[in-house]
Design a protein around this ligand. Structure first.
Ligand code: KIV
Length: 299
């Protein structure tokens, strides 16, 4: 091999991660790049046309390539990252800096799906100035195309203020994970005499300017009633089939989160054993000396 070829080969090897990224780009762009970028008006039109909206969470570059290639309409950079990525028991410890880190990694994949950034606990509850500033950081520093805040009537003032500076807001009512201590755990909300309060929340967030609302952990019949009455799309999670769209956490549908398995999750793949098996085989081959071979070595 000429010295130039050897140098190029070494350069190739040294930039393995870069090539891996390029391969990912080439392999998983099927539905991702063929479609046009999805915008807020597209999402609103989907409700008008009776088209269901598919939403998944994502927190990093490689998953976003795959998820966007699968054709989702919205990618939510959820604060569930605190649980499924960082290993916390709740979403409460998640910070603005952590959310910005995840958001930027997602945006680097240039998804066609609308990208919504979840606002972490205490980034928007303390007043509209701080809420606007932090939601603005998600757009300006992270590239978010919309933000999500938890809360109903109690957060209407925040939704109104943030929407008024042209940052689209997705609301989130019912079982709101940031309210875990008030709720006394992750419990279904809106049963019996609580139903009216949830309906009031739904109308309050629509009236305040939210472009969509997540309905989490509420009875299917109540979600159906709300979805029929609101003009903005409802995105359900544990809220039955009548919502205008559905959202799930990517780690849950791939079998990557053993800690919790809520009733509303459907597992579309079981990647845990596949990953464990790959790791065990790698370890065994390193220990036995079967890896690396000549094929993986430089002359
Ligand atoms: O943080 C999150 O992932 C969420 C969704 C599951 C709705 O809020």
């Amino acid at each position: 091999m000429s010295r130039l070829c050897a140098a190029l080969s070494d350069l190739h090897a040294l930039s393995g991660a870069f090539f891996c990224v390029r391969q990912l780009n080439a392999q998983y762009v099927f539905r991702g790049t063929m479609r046009k970028k999805i915008t807020i008006p597209d999402i609103l039109k989907m409700k008008l046309n009776g088209q269901r909206i598919a939403v998944l969470t994502s927190y990093d570059f490689p998953f976003t390539r795959l998820i966007d290639g699968g054709g989702v309409d919205i990618i939510l950079v959820g604060d569930s990252a605190g649980v499924v990525v960082a290993g916390h028991d709740t979403t409460l410890p998640v910070t603005m800096d952590e959310m910005l880190y995840h958001l930027r990694a997602v945006k680097r994949a240039e998804p066609k799906a609308l990208v919504v950034a979840d606002m972490p606990f205490m980034s928007y509850q303390t007043g509209i100035d701080e809420a606007c500033r932090n939601c603005g950081r998600m757009v300006k520093e992270g590239g978010a195309e919309a933000v999500k805040v938890e809360g109903g009537s109690n957060m209407a003032h925040v939704i109104r203020a943030v929407s008024s500076i042209d940052i689209p807001v997705m609301a989130h009512i019912g079982l709101t994970p940031q309210s875990v201590h008030r709720m006394g755990g992750y419990r279904v909300q809106g049963r019996n005499d609580q139903a009216e309060r949830i309906k009031d929340d739904a109308f309050a967030v629509q009236h305040a300017g939210a472009f969509a609302v997540v309905l989490e952990g509420i009875p299917a019949a109540l979600a159906a009633e709300i979805s029929a009455e609101l003009t903005i799309p409802t995105i359900g999670i544990g809220a039955g089939p009548a919502c205008d769209g559905q959202v799930l956490v990517i780690h849950d549908i791939l079998g990557l989160c053993e800690k919790y398995s809520p009733k509303f999750v459907k597992r579309y793949a079981d990647l845990g054993p596949t990953i464990s098996d790959a790791v065990s085989r790698y370890v065994a081959e390193v220990k036995s000396g079967d890896f690396p071979t000549e094929e993986h070595s430089f002359s």
